[in-house]
Design a protein around this ligand. Structure first.
Ligand code: ADP
Ligand code: MG
Length: 864
C-alpha cells in the first residue's frame, strides 16, 4: 500500500537499492495491545487480571477445560500496553490509534486489528457509542480536525478504479459537482453525501461527543481529501457494504468482489465504492449505512455480524498547491495516497461454544480458517525473521491475509488490540487468543519509509502567501486601487505566525491589546526559534549526511582504486592467457595434421595386410577344396575299379558257367537223356543270373517248366540284359579326337580361380537336347553344377564321364553315365527310386548310384 499510486509507466525508475550489507532495514514490531473489558456483573468470576501496564495474568478457573485436563498453571503475557477495565475509549484511541492517524496524514499507511472472542469488546473498541466513540469515529474526528482548512472541494480528486486517484482542476470539478447534484438521489446508494443529507436510520449523531484533538504540523501547502470504503469478508467472500444496489437487481443482494493487485503490487478490492467525505458526520453516516446493510443481510441469513470481518478504510488523498498557492497540482505523480484500515475481526471462538450447526458450521469454519491463516502467516513471518529462513507466507490462503499482505511486507504499520472478556467461562477461548497475541508481538514489520515524492521545487508557505496576497488585494480594492494587473513576488513572505492582531486600542483595552500583541510576538519569537532550531537540526542532519557521504565517497574511491588495480591485473592475466591460447592452438593444429597423416599411413598398411590375409586364406581354401576333390576322385576310382573287378569276375564266372552248361548240354545231347544230376546253381550264380535278368523279368514272369526256364535263361541272356540300352550311341574313348559336350548351368557364377576344367574341344550347352547327345562327334560329356555348401560358400562340381549311354524308355530318353566323382552325395537306395523308372531298375539287386545322380541333376529333363 504505497502512498503514491501512480501508473508504473509514469513513475520514475527507483534508484538501485544498495547491497544488503550496506542497507540497514529498519523494522518495527507488530504492536499488540490488550484491552480488558469491565465485568458483566459484580459477582462474575474472573480469570484475567492486569498485573501492570504491560502484563496480563491468566488464571485457569476450576470450570475450565484446561484446569480439568491438569493445566492449572497461571500464564503471564506481555503487551505493549494493557488497558484495564476502567480505561476510557479516549485512552485507547490516544495510545493506539492517534499515532496511526498522524502517520496517515503524513502519507504513511496503517492497519489496526481488533481481535478476540465474541463479546470481548472488539466492536465496542472500534466503534463505541455516540456518546463515547471508539477508534473509528475518533479517527475521523481527528483527521478532519487536522485537515479541515486544507480540504479540497468535492470531485477535485476522484478514484481511477485501479486503486489510484486522478486530480482535476477546480472548473472541471465544479461541472462534475453540478452534474451529480442534478441527478436524482438513489436512496439505496451511499454516494458522497451532499448537502441534502439522508439521515434516515443514522444513529443519534446529535448526542455524539466528538474528539476535539488534532494532529499538528500538517503540510499546509497541500490540499487534502478523505475517502472512505467499507467492506466485509464473510465466508471468505468479499462484499462492498457501500455498493450501489441499483445494479444488484431486485434481490438487492450484495455482489461478491475480487481482490486485485495494482501496478505497484498493492492489493485492492476491485470495483469497491469509495465515498468522498468532507466531515466526520458524513463519514459516520456512510459507516452506519454500511452497518445497516450488514444487519439486513444477517437478519436475512439469520445470523449475527460477529461472524464476519469488517474493514473500514480511510484514505487520505493529498496533492500540493501550485506555485501561487491557488490551485492543486493535477499531475498524477504529485498525488499522495495513504490509508488507514480499521478491522473488526470476527470472534475467534470455536464451533462448539457457539453451538453452530449446518451452514453456521461452514461459516464458523471459514472464520476459523481465515483467523487460522492469519495466525499461520504471523507464525511463518516470525519464523522467517528469527531463523533467517525464507518460507513462503501463505497470505493467499484467506482473503483477509491476502488483502493485508502488503502491510506485513513492510508497507505500513501494523497494530492489534486484543480484547479480552475476563469472565471465567471464556478462559478456554481466551488462552489461544493470548498465545496468538504473544506470537504476533514477536513479528517485526519493515518500517514504512516516508514516500519519496518528486520535489516540485515549490516554496513552502504558498498557501499563507496566497491568503496574504488576496487580503492585500482586497484592501487595495477597498481603497479604490486598480488591482487587475497586481503581481506580488511571494518569495520573501515568511509565515512565522497568523495575521497580526488589531493594534488599535482604547484605555480599557490597552492591556488586553498589549497582552495579545505580546502573545503574538511571543508566538512569532517562538516560531522563529522553532524554525531556527528546525533549521539547525536540518543543517546538522545535512552536515551529518554530507560527512557520511564524504566517508562513503572515500570508501567508494578506495574500492574503485582497488577494483581498478584488480581489473588491470585481471586484464594482464587475460592477455597472457590469450597469447598462450594462441600458441597452444597452433601446436594443436600441427599435431592434428600429423595425426591425420599417421592415420592415413595406418589405413594403407591395414589395407595391404588385409589383402595379404585375404590372398592367404583364399589359397588355403583352394588347397582344401582341391584336396577334397582329389580325395573324392580317388574314392570313385577305387569304386570303379572294384566294380570293374566284380564285372570281370561275374563275366568270368558266367563264362565258366556257360562252358559248364554247354558241356552238360553236350552230355545231354550226346546221351539224349533227361539230366538227373544237374548241379543246382549256387547262390552267387543265381544272383548273377538275377542281376542279368533286367527290369523285364517281372513282366515276363516265370514258367513252370524248369527246362524251358533254364534254356530261356541261358540261351537268351543278352536279350534280357540292359534292354533299354541303345548301342548305336555308344562312343568309344579310344577314338583319337575327343569332343566334349559341356553341359553348364544357365546362370553360371564365375569361379574366380585359375583352376579351370581342361576341355580342349567342346560344345557348350545350358539345356540338353537329344540332338546334342546323338551328334556323332561328341565323345565325352561334362556336367557342371553350382550350389551353396554347408558353410555358405559357392561349390562348383564338374562331373566328367568317359563312359555314358542313352537309355530309352517309352517316349523318354535318359542319359546315364558312370562317374569318376564322389557318389556318396547322390546315393539312393532302390526303394527310393521314383516310380517312373522303377520298371527299368527294379530287378537290379545292387544299389544303383548313377541313377540317383540322373535325378539330382537339375538340367536333366526328359529329352524330346
Ligand atoms: P465483540 O464485538 O467482541 O463481540 P462487543 O464490542 O459487541 O463485543 O461487546 C459486547 C458488549 O460488551 C457490548 O454491549 C459492549 O457495550 C460491552 N463492552 C465491551 N467492552 C466494553 C468496555 N470496555 N466497556 C464497557 N462496555 C463494554
Ligand atoms: Mg463485534
Amino acid at each position: 500500500m504505497k502512498p503514491e499510486r501512480t501508473p508504473m509507466s509514469r513513475r520514475p525508475k527507483p534508484p538501485p537499492k544498495p547491497k544488503t550489507a550496506e542497507r540497514i532495514i529498519e523494522r518495527d514490531p507488530v504492536e499488540v495491545y490488550c484491552r480488558i473489558r469491565p465485568p458483566e456483573n459484580l459477582n462474575q468470576e474472573e480469570c484475567v487480571t492486569a498485573v501492570d501496564s504491560r502484563t496480563v495474568k491468566l488464571t485457569p478457573p476450576l470450570s475450565s477445560f484446561a484446569f480439568r485436563n491438569g493445566h492449572a498453571k497461571e500464564h503471564q503475557y506481555k503487551f505493549r500496553h494493557v488497558f484495564n477495565s476502567d480505561s476510557s475509549q479516549k485512552d485507547v484511541f490516544d495510545y493506539v490509534a492517534k499515532p496511526l492517524v498522524s502517520d496517515v496524514l503524513r502519507g504513511k499507511n496503517g492497519l489496526l486489528f481488533a481481535y478476540g472472542v465474541t463479546g470481548s469488546g472488539k466492536t465496542h473498541t472500534m466503534q463505541g457509542s455516540p456518546q463515547d466513540g471508539g477508534i473509528v469515529p475518533r479517527t475521523l474526528d481527528v483527521v478532519f480536525n487536522s485537515i479541515n482548512e486544507y480540504q479540497t472541494k468535492r470531485r477535485i480528486f476522484k478514484p481511477d478504479g485501479m486503486n489510484g486517484f486522478d486530480a482535476q482542476c477546480e472548473s472541471d470539478a465544479f461541472n462534475e459537482r453540478r452534474r451529480i447534484d442534478a441527478t436524482p438521489l438513489n436512496p439505496r446508494t451511499p454516494k458522497t453525501p451532499r448537502y441534502r443529507r439522508d439521515t434516515s436510520g443514522s444513529q443519534d449523531s446529535s448526542q455524539r461527543i466528538p474528539d476535539t484533538s488534532r494532529i499538528e504540523c500538517i503540510d499546509e501547502d497541500n490540499v487534502f481529501s478523505i475517502f472512505v470504503a467499507y467492506i466485509e469478508i464473510y465466508n471468505n467472500y468479499i462484499y462492498d457494504l457501500l455498493e450501489d444496489l441499483s445494479d444488484a437487481g431486485p434481490s438487492g443482494r450484495l455482489q461478491t468482489k475480487i481482490l486485485r493487485e495494482d501496478a505497484q503490487h498493492n492489493m485492492y478490492v476491485h470495483g469497491c465504492t469509495e465515498v468522498e467525505v468532507k466531515n466526520p458526520d458524513d463519514a459516520l453516516e456512510v459507516l452506519y449505512k454500511g452497518q445497516r446493510r450488514r444487519k439486513i443481510a444477517y437478519t436475512r441469513l439469520n445470523c449475527e455480524s460477529s461472524r464476519s470481518h469488517s474493514i473500514f478504510t480511510i484514505r487520505v488523498v493529498q496533492a500540493p498547491l501550485d506555485a501561487q498557492g491557488e490551485e492543486v497540482v493535477t499531475d498524477k505523480s504529485s498525488i499522495m495516497v495513504s490509508q488507514l484500515s480499521l478491522v473488526d475481526l470476527a470472534g475467534s471462538e470455536r464451533n462448539n461454544r457457539t453451538k453452530a450447526v449446518g451452514d453456521r458450521i461452514k461459516e464458523a469454519g471459514n472464520i476459523n480458517n481465515s483467523l487460522m491463516t492469519l495466525r499461520t502467516c504471523i507464525e511463518v513471518l516470525r519464523e522467517n525473521q528469527m531463523m533467517g529462513s525464507s518460507k513462503k507466507v501463505p497470505y493467499r490462503d484467506s482473503k483477509v491475509t491476502h488483502y493485508f499482505k502488503n502491510y506485513f511486507d513492510g508497507e505500513g504499520k501494523v497494530k492489534m488490540v486484543v480484547c479480552v472478556n475476563p469472565k471465567a467461562d471464556d478462559y478456554d477461548e481466551t488462552l489461544p487468543v493470548m498465545k496468538f497475541a504473544e506470537l504476533a508481538s514477536e513479528v517485526q514489520v519493515q518500517r514504512s519509509v516516508q514516500p519519496a515524492r518528486q520535489d516540485p521545487g515549490l516554496l513552502p508557505g504558498r498557501r499563507r502567501a496566497n491568503q496574504l496576497f488576496k487580503e492585500v488585494r482586497r484592501r487595495l480594492e477597498e481603497e479604490g486601487e486598480n488591482v487587475k494587473n497586481l503581481e506580488v513576488d511571494l518569495t520573501p513572505i515568511y509565515t512565522l505566525a497568523p495575521a497580526w492582531p488589531a493594534v488599535s486600542y482604547t484605555a480599557e483595552t490597552r492591556d488586553d491589546v498589549i497582552m495579545k500583541l505580546k502573545a503574538y510576538l511571543q508566538k512569532r519569537i517562538h516560531n522563529r526559534e522553532k524554525l531556527q532550531t528546525e533549521l539547525k537540526g536540518k543543517i546538522l542532519t545535512m552536515h551529518t549526511n554530507v560527512v557520511e557521504m564524504e566517508k562513503e565517497n572515500l570508501i567508494m574511491k578506495k574500492e574503485i582504486m582497488s577494483l581498478r588495480s584488480l581489473y588491470d591485473d585481471a586484464m594482464t592475466k587475460v592477455r597472457t592467457l590469450e597469447s598462450m591460447l594462441l600458441n597452444a592452438e597452433s601446436v594443436n593444429e600441427s599435431l592434428q595434421r600429423k595425426f591425420t597423416d599417421y592415420n592415413n599411413l595406418v589405413d594403407e598398411c591395414n589395407a595391404v595386410r588385409e589383402e595379404r590375409d585375404l590372398a592367404k586364406s583364399h589359397g588355403h581354401l583352394e588347397k582344401q577344396r582341391m584336396k577334397a576333390r582329389l580325395k573324392s576322385k580317388l574314392e570313385i576310382e577305387k569304386e570303379k575299379l572294384k566294380n570293374d573287378m566284380q564285372t570281370k569276375l561275374c563275366e568270368q564266372k558266367s563264362k565258366m558257367y556257360h562252358s559248364q552248361v554247354r558241356a552238360l548240354q553236350e552230355i545231354f545231347l550226346d546221351d539224349n537223356q533227361t539230366p538227373k544230376n544237374i548241379r543246382v546253381p549256387s547262390t552267387s550264380d543265381s544272383d548273377l543270373h538275377q542281376s542279368r535278368q533286367g527290369p523285364h523279368s517281372s513282366i515276363k514272369g516265370s514258367t513252370s517248366d524248369p527246362k524251358l526256364n533254364i534254356s530261356q535263361a541261358f540261351l537268351t541272356p543278352d536279350l534280357r540284359g540292359p534292354a533299354v540300352s541303345n548301342q548305336r550311341h555308344r562312343r568309344s574313348r579310344s577314338q583319337g579326337a575327343d569332343m566334349w559336350l559341356d553341359h553348364r548351368p544357365g546362370q553360371e557364377v564365375p569361379l574366380g580361380t585359375v583352376l579351370q576344367p581342361n576341355l580342349p574341344r567342346r560344345k557348350s550347352v545350358t539345356r540338353l537336347r537329344s540332338g546334342d547327345l546323338l551328334d556323332g562327334r561328341v565323345t565325352n560329356y561334362c556336367l557342371t553344377t553350382q550350389q551353396q555348401d554347408s558353410e555358405g560358400e559357392l561349390e562348383t562340381k564338374l562331373y566328367k564321364n568317359m563312359n555314358w549311354q542313352v537309355l530309352e524308355w517309352g517316349q523318354h530318353v535318359l542319359l546315364c553315365w558312370l562317374l569318376f566323382c564322389d557318389l556318396a552325395t547322390y546315393y539312393l537306395r532302390p526303394a527310393e527310386v521314383p516310380r517312373w523308372c522303377s520298371r527299368m531298375w527294379r530287378s537290379s539287386s545292387s544299389e544303383i548310384p548313377w541313377l540317383s545322380l540322373c535325378l539330382s541333376v537339375p538340367q536333366m529333363v526328359p529329352l524330346k
